[in-house]
Design a protein around this ligand. Structure first.
Ligand code: PHE
Ligand code: ZN
Length: 882
């Protein structure tokens, strides 16, 4: 065989898409499992596209090729070439059968892509991760999502070491072999792309439940985990059943195999993976119990279990033609998951949480050097595109479409989309086409949203004409500077709106020229660059409530007075917009403090919140959110030359001002009332009271820390569950007194055997503000429980520090920048995906104040200049530097 020269990482472009020249109708895999060296035989039934004449080329990386045969005959070395990435084979015909045998090394696989070992070599288990391009680390294959095949998988292994053998599909047989070995076979009748293949082998326990689908199929649900974790899988199993019912009722989608397996691992690069019939989860999104799981984490478990299950239709039955269409499955599935969570919990709180995440994670991404469209035009490493833009902004785009069609119309459209594309690898055009066609409308203008980056701005300006009793609302849109060339055409922007009278009542909406009024809320779709709406019969200047429910992912520019925002904050029945008014007012109040400006925002914000605080009718959870000003990352988005240390101090001052206005006595009294009701119940009211009690304790910390610390110490000690315990620990740790160190030491010991609880111990300390953080992080790296090999641990300590602690990471001396580039070098050699994700912390460095900017640039440039960076980290660093 001839070696081809190794290529530099090429750029893959959407516009270069070609259908596959060769497809694989079916694949038979035989896997001999072993920790150090596993062997894989693959038999591929090949189909050639008669319109193309390319030779057979298969992807394969880190594979030791043992033998290769075509149509039953071993191939000579002259008949194939392998360059370490692509295997090219001569002589294949339509209908040929190719057999390869390869060896892979699971225990040496630190990148956690392909077949790898989770846990210690004596006791851990083997598993695979294939999305996006991991299957090529297991066998030679056209590893692209538009090649769909049926899979027959036979696993063989030592029975004592690997008692449980699982693969996707239905089990069709199992038995004993000589020498203490055994085998198991799985057949998946649904053609699927290689990224959905999975296997698991090892010592695992399970929790099972029988389920019957709405269309009558008996399904065994099984959740698998290691013995010490199986007791924490009950919540996930219940959540799975809820998700399956919901998808039947809301989308008419039934499960389609006889078994559905879910497996928990502590060693996983992402959140979870929707492999057909065999979902694999980061333990963090599957295990839950009151002693070690917070309320927020419970909701995440429910959401991620549902998300992966929903992929069975939005992703698996209908998959993506190529990775540029990633949001076709991810944006849609996040939207489905958000709707499910809204139905299971409080819809307005869920909306607030989702938009807060969008602003914290996606807006900054979209405003910096890593910005890309929801459907990117190019990439060099696809793993770098599992981003907040593809997921969260993608979900917002689906939400706009759903809103535009209404519940029934959207369901009709989804039915057609699923029906027409079942068993196919589809595109975003297929999606918009089906939704539009089922409703007799053209949704292709929405494609523009998918093709441009940056957050659009929506400008709104109102004018009241007392003589004509008219209110004119001018709406205008403009694309951000980085939107790209396609941004010249205006986007369709649905603006849900209402008008308020000065007493807080909603006004009936009567548009000039319309016969009947349309109630007090309506959606106007802005389709031009500018548009004016004239409302008639408006006696006095109204207050507009715009983008209700966050009806489009844009930045609203509207010159509200503080009094107008206070009015919306007090009266808007749209829970989201009520919160939104509070956020806008808080951001203005922050500017009062920052600039010494003298408008009345600060008083208006504090005053409005004081009234809500005193209002018995308020929901505790919403009140907690209203009492929380925008976070430091969001505030930084509003500034020119960012000084994260100063932003932290100003935000603290803002909270202190609010806390003083509410009064330490009142805060403490309300806190004590809630504390007296503490429990571990998961109902909405109990969660809400924990949420509010945490916020009150933090506000008390801001205005009277000497009163907050003893309360926190007692709360830490008496907490019935993790939500209360962790909230108290964070306050104590920030207090930086002996109690803080004592509580941290207690926690460290108490949860020594619980990886997920320990992650939170690292994260709490990585969030200490300011100069204290870096030395603390460096000390924690020496803790026996810290390792660069475990993605969750890296994320909890390093990820939290560099991405969720702006004042700690952006030290004025630049020491944390150099610290990060050092760690990135070490990490990149072990796990390029994790390194690349951590490196996104440098996003936004161009907007730092000059001193920090220069230090950040020097650190990044030094890293960029190093030889041998992975394609993952190389692409991120290259893009960041621009
Ligand atoms: N597809 C997974 C999801 O549900 C995410 C993932 C991507 C997991 C790549 C592993 C690898 O969102
Ligand atoms: Zn997903």
């Amino acid at each position: 065989m001839h070696a081809l020269p190794q290529q530099a990482s090429p750029v893959i472009r959407l516009r270069d898409y070609q259908p596959p020249a060769w497809r694989v109708e079916s694949i038979e895999l035989e896997v001999e499992l072993d920790i150090d060296a596993s062997e894989i035989v693959a038999r591929l039934q090949l189909r050639r596209d008669p319109a193309q004449s390319l030779p057979l080329r298969l992807d394969g990386e880190n594979l030791q090729l043992l033998s290769i045969a075509l149509d039953g005959r071993a191939l000579d070395a002259e008949a194939y070439r392998y360059d370490g990435c692509v295997l090219e084979i001569d002589g294949a015909r339509d209908g040929s059968m190719l057999e390869t045998r390869v060896r892979v090394r699971p225990a040496a696989n630190t990148a956690l892509e392909g077949l790898y070992l989770s846990g210690p070599r004596e006791s851990g288990f083997l598993l695979t991760q294939c999305e996006a391009e991991g299957f090529r680390h297991i066998t030679f294959f056209p590893d692209r999502p538009d090649v769909l095949s049926t899979y027959t998988v036979t696993l063989r292994a030592d029975r004592a070491r690997f008692p449980v053998l699982l693969a996707g599909g239905n089990p069709t047989g199992a038995g004993e072999l000589e020498g203490g070995r055994h085998w198991a076979r799985f057949v998946d009748p649904h053609p699927k792309p290689s990224y959905l293949f999975a296997l698991v082998a090892g010592r695992l326990e399970h929790l099972a439940r029988d389920y019957r689908t709405a269309d009558g199929r008996a399904v065994q649900l099984k959740i698998w985990a290691e013995a010490d974790a199986i007791g924490r899988c009950g919540y996930a199993l219940d959540a799975l059943e809820r998700a399956m019912r919901w998808d039947e009722q809301r989308y008419g989608r039934n499960y389609d195999l006889d078994v559905f397996h879910v497996v928990a691992t502590h060693d996983f690069n992402m959140g979870a993976m929707e492999n057909k019939g065999l979902n694999i989860f980061n333990a963090k999104y599957l295990l839950a119990d009151p002693d070690s799981t917070t309320d927020d984490e419970y909701r995440h478990v429910e959401a991620v279990v549902a998300h992966e299950y929903f992929h069975n239709w939005s992703g698996n039955r209908v998959t993506c033609r190529d990775w540029f269409q990633l949001s076709l499955k991810e944006g849609l599935t996040v939207f489905r998951e958000q709707s499910f969570s809204a139905d299971m919990n409080s819809a307005p709180l869920k909306r607030i949480e989702d938009v807060a995440l969008l602003r914290r994670a996606q807006f900054p991404e979209d405003a910096g050097p890593l910005a890309h469209p929801v459907r990117p035009a190019q990439y060099s490493e696809i793993n770098n595109f599992y981003t907040a833009t593809v997921y969260e902004k993608g979900a917002e785009l689906v939400r706009m479409l759903a809103g535009r069609l209404g519940a029934d119309g959207f369901r009709r459209g989804m039915d057609l989309y699923f029906e027409r594309n079942d068993g196919r690898a589809a595109t975003l055009e297929d999606f918009l086409g089906a939704l539009g066609e089922a409703n007799g409308t053209d949704l292709l203008p929405y494609l523009a949203w998918y093709g441009q980056s940056g957050t659009p701005r929506l400008r709104a300006q109102g004018h009241h004409d007392a003589a004509r009793r008219e209110y004119t609302l001018k709406l205008g849109q403009h694309a951000p500077g980085n939107a790209g060339p396609s941004a010249r055409t205006p986007l369709p922007i649905p603006v849900k709106l209402a008008l308020f009278a000065s007493d807080g009542r909603m006004l009936p909406l009567q548009l000039a020229g319309e016969a009947t009024d349309a109630g007090s809320e309506r959606v106007v779709v802005l389709e031009q660059a500018e548009q004016a709406l004239v409302f008639t019969g408006v006696e006095a200047p109204p207050v507009p409530s715009l983008l209700r429910g966050f009806s489009a992912p844009v930045i609203l520019e509207c010159d509200y007075t503080p009094a107008e925002l206070a009015l919306l904050l007090a009266h808007d029945p749209d829970g989201f917009n009520r919160w939104e008014a509070g956020q806008l007012l808080a951001a203005r109040a922050y500017e009062n403090l920052r600039d010494g400006s003298t408008d009345t925002s600060l008083q208006a914000w504090c005053g409005a919140l004081a009234r809500l605080f005193a209002d018995d009718g308020m929901d505790d959870a919403l009140l907690a959110d209203l009492l929380t000003p925008p976070g430091e990352i969001e505030l930084a988005e509003r500034e020119g030359a960012v000084d994260p240390g100063r932003i932290h101090q100003l935000r603290q001052a803002l909270q202190r001002t609010l806390a003083e206005r509410l009064g330490a006595d009142a805060l403490e009294q309300r806190y004590r009332t809630l504390a007296a009701r503490r429990s571990i119940a998961l109902d909405a009211a109990s969660q809400a009271s924990r949420r509010l009690s945490r916020r009150l304790l933090e506000l008390l910390e801001a205005c009277a820390s000497e009163r907050a610390l003893p309360l926190a110490a007692a709360q830490y000690r008496d907490a019935p569950g993790m939500t209360d315990r962790l909230a108290a620990l964070a306050v104590l740790a920030r207090g930086q007194a002996d109690e803080g160190e004592r509580a941290l030491a207690d926690y460290r010991q108490r949860y020594a055997g619980n990886a997920l609880a320990l992650d939170k111990w690292f994260a709490v300390q990585a969030q200490l503000p300011g100069l204290a953080a870096l030395p603390r992080v460096m000390r924690l790296e020496k803790d026996a429980a810290f390792t660069l090999h475990n993605p969750n641990r890296v994320q909890s300590l390093l990820g939290t520090f560099v991405r969720a602690n702006p004042s700690g990471f952006h030290r004025a001396d630049g020491a944390a920048y150099r610290f990060l580039t050092e760690r990135l070098g070490e990490l990149d050699a072990l796990n390029p995906q994790v390194a690349a994700r951590l490196a996104t912390a440098f996003n936004g460095w161009q907007r730092l104040e000059p001193g920090r900017r220069a230090l950040a640039q020097a650190a990044i440039a030094e890293l960029a200049g190093r030889a041998g960076l992975s394609r993952n980290l190389g692409e991120i660093i290259g893009n960041v530097l621009n």
